[in-house]
Design a protein around this ligand. Structure first.
Ligand code: 13P
Ligand code: SF4
Length: 337
């Protein structure tokens, strides 16, 4: 997210501990466990976090699972090892709790691709449409939306609406296009995308498939349509993880952020996981925003209780409604992340 979007409190937060040094003899794993108990804190981590952070987390999951966990925790402090929109969602659901994000600069290219003032104008051009927004958006976009969805429940949420209901889907055109195809709908799509999922190289993946004919290709629906068209399985991070656990195939080419390979390898130690290569000189595809968080920053943010995610109360209340609608619908439909 761009710096001008930070609140004053967040800007102050950011100065906090960034230039302080950590005693190199400290065992950060032990220290973080101590701080969790002392402060009644919970660490929630997305699958795209580095392995050490996943290992110290109390819960590792996809965006839906993380939102559901945040909605139900008794902790006083939520440490969100993920990106800003995820921590913001946790704060929207928990105004009385302290929500910490180890690095406030951990934004999201997809969320940034949909600025609220532009989206407001877009929405006004489609007055008879309701707005379903993917959770990867700012509180400002959530406040302009009717229902939030994640990649785990997007299809079910769209299908829960009458066939003739006109819908705007924002901000991810790839996920929206995929859901249009799956459901036969014609949702109007905002033209946003994720920088990580859009740079996979179809050519390199095709060559990988030739070298590993036994491997199945699994992909996240934020990827572009030509890649999704050749995938053996398309799903959210949790759904892909579960698929690789239960499928009898022994090797997989994985087209999503590489952090997920840690959990895949832990869940299926004898299977082979190959990171799908991007269209640049790298062998795998990291999200530069997710990877801003480090174990050191998790420790420092727990110790100093900074940086904290905050927002104006009127914005929080407006953004809460469509998130609550998603949580209620997911419960009703029996969908967990
Ligand atoms: P899920 O967590 O819904 O799989 O989405 C992945 C993602 O890009 C999160 O930023
Ligand atoms: Fe955003 Fe893409 Fe990174 Fe997820 S992987 S946080 S959608 S930039």
């Amino acid at each position: 997210m761009s710096v001008q979007n930070f609140t004053e409190a967040e800007k102050l937060n950011m100065k906090g501990f960034l230039d302080m040094e950590i005693d190199p003899s400290l065992d950060l794993f032990k220290e973080i466990e101590k701080l969790k108990k002392e402060k009644n804190a919970i660490v929630l981590a997305h699958y795209y976090q580095e392995p050490d952070i996943q290992d110290i987390a109390d819960y590792v999951g996809d965006s839906l699972g993380l939102a559901q966990k945040a909605a139900n925790t008794n902790a006083d402090i939520i440490v969100f090892a993920g990106v800003h929109f995820m921590a913001e969602t946790a704060k929207i659901l928990n105004p009385e709790k302290k929500v910490l994000l180890p690095d406030l600069k951990a934004g999201c290219s997809l969320s940034d691709s949909c600025p609220p003032p532009l989206f407001k104008g877009f929405k006004e051009k489609h007055p008879d449409h309701i707005v379903i927004s993917y959770i990867n958006c700012s509180a400002g976009i959530k406040a302009l939306s009717d229902i939030i969805c994640t990649s785990s429940n997007a299809q079910a949420i769209v299908e829960s609406l009458p066939k003739d209901q006109k819908i705007i889907f924002a901000p991810d055109k790839n996920l929206g296009g995929y859901i249009n195809k799956q459901t036969g709908r014609n949702m109007v799509l905002w033209n946003g995308a994720c920088m990580v999922h859009e740079i996979f190289s179809l050519e390199k993946i095709t060559k990988l498939k030739v070298r590993h004919p036994e491997a199945k290709l699994v992909a996240h629906p934020e990827c572009e349509e030509p890649l999704l068209a050749i995938a053996d399985f398309v799903g959210s991070t949790t759904q892909i993880l579960k698929y690789t656990e239960s499928d009898t195939c022994q090797s997989f080419i994985v087209a999503t952020e590489t952090g997920i390979l840690h959990k895949m390898q832990q869940a299926s130690p004898h299977k082979t996981f190959i990171a799908a290569p991007p269209d640049n000189s790298c062998a795998c595809n990291d999200c530069p925003h997710m990877k801003l968080n480090t174990l050191e920053k998790v420790y420092m943010c727990m110790k100093y209780e900074l940086p904290e995610v905050t927002m104006p109360e009127d914005l929080r209340l407006a953004a809460r409604k469509p998130i609550q609608r998603m949580l209620d619908l997911s419960k009703q439909l029996g969908i967990g992340g």
